[in-house]
Design a protein around this ligand. Structure first.
Ligand SMILES: *Cc1c(COP(=O)(O)O)cnc(C)c1O
Length: 378
């Protein structure tokens, strides 16, 4: 009997949320309104009462954080080349220059040992990325930022529900940016949230979010800064609210499934497994790095034939055409380039069961062995 296709991720939306969305649609108020207020309040509770503002994407949150941090033309922002391209695109968007720092191949996150060498008088901020939900060492990160008087915009798109030494990511630090894209651990279909540091003007954040508009009295309006169109709909916020109730359960399920991956994985294959962190990481993804002799695209095709989805998160940013045209090239960040060329995301989402994990591990063994056998046979 053929088994159903197992995607690499799938959101879990409960019936109560679906009914709640229908109620919002019938309410007469479908764009930003009471659901957003409730969503922001619930998020703030998760982060120890810090101020949180919702946005229509995790990209918008990062761009607005950069603007609020005063980053613009002539400034440099240090980040990792191994992330979703949004991380660096937002730096270009505000007119600043991304400065990439190679990764630590064990954590696959920015190598903290290399950051200080990349700081120049033009550096204004660091954007650390918690790839797959594994937090960058916040103690070391903030020590560097403080020493050099740099702002931090945490790209925590993947680490919602993760923690650092017992404190929730988002509950401390400078700017913290989350995404609620459909593939993230908690979704609002599309959406994002920005945790604001205490020294930032919340009203300015709100103006950047919506055309720079400030409402005055019943009939007045003023515009004093250039804002964009980054507000979240109430339909989306209602989905997010329904998801938040499951945060602990989703994170626990992901951790349990990953423990099963570690137990079931065939270590003879020669793949690199992620850091085994069951304290801090929210296990947004379970990613392996393939041995150099394996052709990834072909392997993904073989897995697909067996009904198993997989993904690539991510090809390195600096080798995209847009970035090459700005002067980046191969060999600049060798660790990130090697990991980016071999990384593979395996199925992981809360509705999976242990047998799914076993199925993935068996299929991966068969496909890798088949690829090697075919090469020897030639
Ligand atoms: C998803 C993601 C983003 C962007 O979030 P969107 O909501 O898709 O705009 C940024 N950075 C990282 C690391 C992400 O995974």
């Amino acid at each position: 009997m053929t088994q159903p296709f197992l995607p690499f991720t799938r959101p879990s939306i409960d019936e109560e949320t679906i009914a709640g969305v229908a109620a919002v649609l019938r309410s007469g108020w479908i764009t930003t309104g009471p659901q957003n207020q409730a969503f922001e309040a619930e998020l703030s509770k998760l982060f120890g009462g810090r101020t949180v503002r919702s946005f229509n994407s995790g990209t918008a949150t990062m761009e607005i954080a950069l603007r609020l941090a005063g980053v613009g033309a002539g400034h440099e922002v240090i980040t990792t080349p191994l992330s979703w391209v949004a991380t660096a695109n937002v730096v270009l968007e505000v007119g600043a220059k991304p400065v990439f720092v190679d990764i630590d191949p064990a954590t696959r996150n920015i190598d903290l040992n290399r950051i200080e060498a990349a700081i120049t008088p033009a550096t204004r901020a660091i954007i650390p990325v918690d790839l797959a939900g594994l937090p960058v060492d916040r103690d070391r990160l903030y020590a560097i930022a403080q020493k050099h008087n740099l702002r931090v915009i945490e790209d925590a798109a993947q680490s919602f529900g993760a923690s650092w030494r017992g404190r929730a990511i988002g509950s401390f630090g400078d700017f913290v940016s989350f995404s609620f894209h459909a593939n993230k651990n908690i979704t609002s279909i599309e959406g994002g949230a920005l945790v604001l540091p205490a020294d930032i003007d919340v009203k300015l954040c709100e103006r950047y979010r919506l055309q720079g508009v400030e409402r005055i009295g019943f009939d007045g309006m003023e515009v004093d800064v250039l804002g964009g169109k980054f507000n979240l709909t109430d339909v989306a916020a209602r989905v997010g609210l329904g998801q938040l109730k499951h945060l602990d359960e989703f994170t626990a399920r992901r951790r349990a499934l990953v423990e099963h991956y570690f137990d079931s994985f065939d270590m003879e294959l020669g793949c690199d497994l992620p850091v085994m962190d069951f304290e801090n990481c929210n296990w947004h993804m379970f990613q392996i790095v393939l041995p150099r002799d394996i052709v990834r695209a072909e392997l993904m095709g073989l897995l697909k034939e067996k009904g198993i989805g997989s993904g690539v998160h991510y090809p390195v940013i600096h080798l995209f055409k847009l970035y090459r045209a700005l002067g980046w090239h191969e060999g600049m960040y060798p660790q990130a380039e090697r990991v980016g060329a071999g990384i593979l995301t395996l199925p992981l989402f809360p509705a999976m069961v242990n047998q799914d994990v076993e199925r993935v591990c068996e299929a991966l063994s068969e496909c890798i062995r088949a690829q090697r056998a075919a090469r020897l046979g030639k």
